[in-house]
Design a protein around this ligand. Structure first.
Ligand code: ASP
Ligand code: MG
Length: 442
């Protein structure tokens, strides 16, 4: 058995659904379980509708409704009886939101669940129309239970037994299960989501729980690339990366995969294959536990809009407990730290620029001097940290030649991530230069 996941752009309209079905049909002998995102940008449109309801007191789902009904018509399907009730439920929910003028995380998850519930029903109906015995399943009917951490829920342990119990009999009976990505339910029966891009996680959880041969994640790019092609046009797809490298890449800006999606497959060593649904012949990127030939540098990514906080202690030099006080101040203000570098008297951390740091600054000033510097970017090199001297030497000489100042270096406990800070305005140039240094001009 294998798991196949298709993202929003891979099922954005009737033609894309036909292409997706062609790809799936070729894999039928390998007994696929399918999991899907919402069609196109439906999840964003659902959120837009909710904000309109709050801000203007009314909203329309015309665009969402049209996309789904036109797709059904174009595919010649007879599923209105499954789709119309969902659209009605969605309209009623939005009326509710427009009256209460407030959107809790819980309601937002319920609202965002409609995209996947619609897309899976349409896709399953299309498969049946082309003689594949498919069945649409909401994640909770496929065994997905989560905690109630709305907007970023965690799958509960029970799911690991329930998912195969629900899906294996279907697969054995020759049915193609089409499972909603991205969503789950709590034990109290409320709908949750796994975070934006969460259908990757749905796919890897199913693959790991069912002992699948592999999880295929079909996207609109040729796999995981050596850099973001918008910054580095000559970036190339990688043949293979490790789970650890993929997880670091997902976190630091290369938004190919959901950051948590590697975790389930690490446990079971299930390979994950990232493929391009627009270019099925391209081999894609294989994500595995370990690779025989570690490259010095596998990929380069960057994350912009980062704020650097320098905390300099005068009084507490050498005193135990300083770091603890610093970190607990961040925790108190609910500010999540990305990178850390320390010296005997100072500590530098980076945080997302979206945080309001005024309260934190005030508290921190009680124990140290604080300098907040905005407009920074994190440049991350994914590679073999055991060769960090060589990597840093080459990286910093190309940066120096380009007049790019590297400000804070952190190697972390991970064996694959070397990160440093540059000014936002220089980060693209830095990434391009480092890429050219390690991968050549084209
Ligand atoms: N539809 C959801 C999103 O856009 C989940 C996903 O695409 O994986 O975030
Ligand atoms: Mg999506």
């Amino acid at each position: 058995m294998i798991v196949m996941k298709f993202g929003g752009s891979s099922i954005a309209n009737a033609d894309r659904i036909r292409d997706m079905a062609e790809i799936v049909k070729k894999h039928v002998p390998r007994k696929p379980v399918l999991t899907l995102s919402a069609m196109g940008d439906t999840t964003d449109h659902l959120l837009d509708a909710a904000y309109a309801a709050i801000n203007t007191g009314s909203s329309s789902i015309d665009e969402i409704q049209e996309l789904h009904l036109e797709t059904i018509a174009a595919l010649g399907l007879d599923v209105e009886n499954e789709i119309t009730p969902l659209l009605e439920e969605l309209k009623n929910l939005l009326i509710g939101v427009s009256m209460i003028k407030e959107l809790t995380k819980k309601t937002q998850d319920y609202l965002m669940s409609f995209g996947e519930r619609l897309s899976t029903r349409i896709a399953a109906a299309y498969f049946r129309a082309v003689s594949v015995n498919a069945k649409a399943l909401d994640a909770w009917d496929a065994g997905f239970l989560s905690d109630d951490n709305y907007s970023s829920a965690w799958i509960l342990k029970e799911s690991w037994e329930m998912i195969p119990r629900k899906l294996n009999p279907l697969v054995k009976a020759g049915v193609l299960p089409v499972v909603t990505g991205f969503i789950a339910k709590t034990t109290r029966n409320t709908i949750t989501t796994l975070g934006r891009g969460g259908s990757d996680l749905t796919a890897t959880v199913i693959a790991a729980a069912c002992g699948a041969e592999e999880a295929q994640v079909w996207k609109d790019v040729d796999g995981i690339l050596t850099a973001d092609p918008r910054i580095v046009p000559e970036a190339k797809p990688l043949e293979a990366v490790t789970y650890e490298e993929a997880a670091e890449l997902a976190y630091y800006g290369a938004q190919v995969l959901h950051p948590r999606s590697m975790q389930p497959c690490v446990k079971t060593s299930t390979p994950v294959l990232v493929k391009n649904s627009y270019n099925a012949r391209s081999p894609g990127t294989r994500i595995v536990a370990s690779l025989e030939k570690p490259a010095p540098v596998r990929a380069i990514t960057s994350r912009k809009n980062v704020t650097l906080v320098d905390i300099v202690s005068t009084r507490m030099v050498g005193q135990a407990g300083f770091l603890e006080q610093v970190f607990s101040t961040f925790a108190k203000h609910d500010v999540s730290i990305d990178m850390v570098a320390t010296s005997e008297v100072s500590i530098s951390v980076t945080v997302d620029a979206t945080y309001d740091l005024s309260g934190l600054r005030e508290d921190m000033l009680k124990i140290a001097q604080v300098h907040i510097k905005t407009g920074k970017a994190i440049v991350t090199i994914i590679g073999d940290v055991e060769r960090s001297s060589e990597i840093l030497n080459r990286t910093f000489s190309v940066c120096a030649a380009a007049g790019v100042q590297a400000q804070m270096l952190s190697q972390g406990a991970s064996k694959v991530n070397i990160s440093f800070i540059v000014n936002d305005a220089q980060s693209d140039e830095a990434v391009r230069r480092i890429h050219r240094e390690f991968f050549g001009a084209s």
